[in-house]
Design a protein around this ligand. Structure first.
Ligand SMILES: [Fe+2]
Length: 244
């Protein structure tokens, strides 16, 4: 794949320099504890040289991309299809890269011991999936619409409905983590996580587009969302600081 740039992402010494996301955003309380206080440490050179991750055909099953078929019954909620492409900054597709997702159920509850808020768990929904992009950089998941949930960051704090995404780039050191949102959510203006992205135009890059073409009659609503792996430039999908 000669067209692919395999150079490692270079991190700046100043933690806040050049990044779209304010890593110590006061409105998002826990960032004050985990934002870097010192210059970043450069990863050992030998990690940059690892030509991976590499996933065999048997490692990732096509069923892993369908979060509605992981249990005996179907999960409760509005069935959705989320699809798009993983691209580099020049619009070139990134094929065969691992895309992982995790999300709350339709009631806004994670299947995780830390999440104890009084909404029901769904025995037919675990909320995690993965797939590899195809030769054109495309990914596709079937799931249910996640619900908003309270998160105690401040008084009356509710997260907009979202799906967490992790994307491996071309090297082990290039795992990137972000969140995808759904269009028209009334909670956007109140969400410190979304608003820790400095540029309002960049925030929009995290919002999927309702897609009638992938909406399936009598079955599921479709959403399209492209992910642009960049170095913090305009047009690149903003990523969380711990996923850089
Ligand atoms: Fe979440």
């Amino acid at each position: 794949m000669s067209a692919v740039d395999d150079s490692p992402i270079v991190l700046p010494d100043d933690p806040s320099f050049g990044w779209e996301v304010q890593v110590d955003y006061p409105g998002y309380r826990s960032t004050l504890w985990r934002a870097p206080q010192r210059p970043l440490v450069t990863m050992p050179e030998e990690l940059h040289d690892l030509a991976g991750p590499v996933y065999g055909d048997e490692t990732v099953s096509p069923l892993d991309a369908d979060l509605t078929r992981q249990h005996e019954g179907e999960p409760i909620g509005e069935r959705i299809v989320v699809h798009g492409r993983v691209l580099d900054e020049d619009g070139r597709p990134i094929p065969n890269t691992l895309v992982e997702v995790w999300q709350a159920n339709s009631a806004g509850r994670y299947k995780h011991y830390v999440d104890q808020h009084p909404a029901p768990l769904d025995p037919n929904f675990s909320g995690a999936g993965r797939c590899l992009t195809d030769s054109e950089g495309r990914y596709r998941f079937t799931s249910i619409l996640p619900g908003p949930y309270p998160w105690r960051n401040h008084h009356n704090a509710w997260r907009p409905a979202h799906i967490h995404f992790s994307i491996f780039g071309r090297l082990f050191t290039q795992r990137l983590v972000t969140q995808m949102y759904f269009p028209g959510d009334p909670l956007f203006a109140y969400d410190p996580i979304m608003n820790s992205i400095r540029d309002p135009e960049s925030r929009k890059l995290l919002i999927a587009r309702f897609d009638i073409d992938s909406t399936t009659p009598e079955w599921a609503l479709g959403y399209e969302w492209d992910i642009v792996l960049g170095r913090g430039g305009r047009g690149a999908t903003p990523f969380e600081e711990d996923g850089r």
